[in-house]
Design a protein around this ligand. Structure first.
Ligand SMILES: [Zn+2]
Length: 303
């Protein structure tokens, strides 16, 4: 039995069987980890409450044959309590963990920057000192920079000419100069671009001086930019990455770690009762975890 420890943020939980849960964490050193927490839905569980979404925890795992198993949990920051009690903070936090889950597509690929961004954003939401939607947009912009999708907010996205430019185009990657401008571009107010740059670079004084209308427009552009890139990533990236990581491609075909899970992704475990048929089956989850971790099926090694 091999043990390891790491600090992580709980991104989501799924019910498994009668009393167990599968916990998805974004950890400091091991990237995204999915592990079984046994017995956590029993009232006598010692660490059930610490493994709720948004919890920042120090966890000891043992490496299981398929999924790792949680053996100890200590709370590092109790972000969940203040966040769940505030609707604005809760919806922002839910979007943050869902985005982090999608950006950290591969399990156990280190994503320290993303982990730090998630911790920082949840800490700000739990503290309640900043506008929740600004915290969310700052996180999304920086998370997109982590993913390599930082929108061009001063120079032209195509030719690099210094701005200011007026046209913004999501597909093109941000601002476009008059020569590069393409149909379908929008023309946000200059303050909208100032706000987005402020959020990206942590200039909170500039960000907090903006009006609600400017914030709404910026949120719309940020969401559109994120959406476009996530959809493009879903279409191409997982397949390419999986090919690169798991040399025998055929090994990946049987177990797709990116397959959408049948359970409600927002299920925090305290909503409707799900039967075991609603959650990913043990074998399916085990197969996905195995596929993400192992070098592949030895039968296919020669192909
Ligand atoms: Zn240009």
């Amino acid at each position: 039995m091999s043990l390891y420890r790491d600090t992580g943020v709980v991104l989501r939980v799924h019910k498994l069987g009668e009393a167990d849960r599968i916990i998805t964490l974004l950890t400091r050193r091991h990237g995204k980890v999915r592990a079984v927490a046994k017995g956590v839905r029993r009232t006598t569980s010692r660490f059930g409450a610490r493994l709720e979404p948004f919890g920042h925890v120090d966890v000891q795992f043992y490496t299981g044959r398929t999924l790792d198993v949680v053996t100890q949990v200590q709370t590092v920051d109790a972000f969940a309590l203040p966040i769940v009690g505030d609707y604005q903070a809760y919806t922002a936090a839910a979007a943050i963990v869902e985005t982090a889950d999608r950006l950290a597509a591969e399990e156990e690929q280190p994503a320290l920057k993303l982990y730090l961004l998630v911790c920082g954003a949840l800490r700000a939401l739990a503290g309640g000192d900043r506008d929740a939607s600004l915290v969310l947009d700052a996180f999304l912009l920086r998370a997109m920079a982590f993913a390599g999708w930082e929108p061009a907010l001063t120079e032209c996205a195509r030719c690099g000419e210094h701005g200011p430019h007026a046209a913004f185009n999501v597909q093109a990657g941000g601002l476009l100069c008059t020569r590069c401008r393409i149909p379908g571009s929008v023309h946000p107010a200059p303050d909208v671009l100032v706000l987005m740059a402020g959020l990206l670079h942590g200039d909170w004084d500039a960000a907090e001086a903006t009006t609600q209308a400017v914030r709404r427009d910026a949120s719309g552009l940020v969401a559109a930019h994120l959406q476009w890139h996530l959809e493009r990533q879903l279409r191409s990236l997982p397949f390419v990455e999986r090919r690169a990581r798991e040399a025998p491609l055929t090994a990946a075909l049987g177990s797709n770690p990116h397959e959408p899970e049948p359970a409600d992704p927002d299920d925090t475990g305290d909503g409707r009762e799900t039967t075991t048929a609603d959650v990913p089956g043990k074998a399916e989850v085990a197969g996905a975890a195995e596929g993400a971790r192992s070098a592949g099926d030895p039968r296919d090694a020669g192909t």
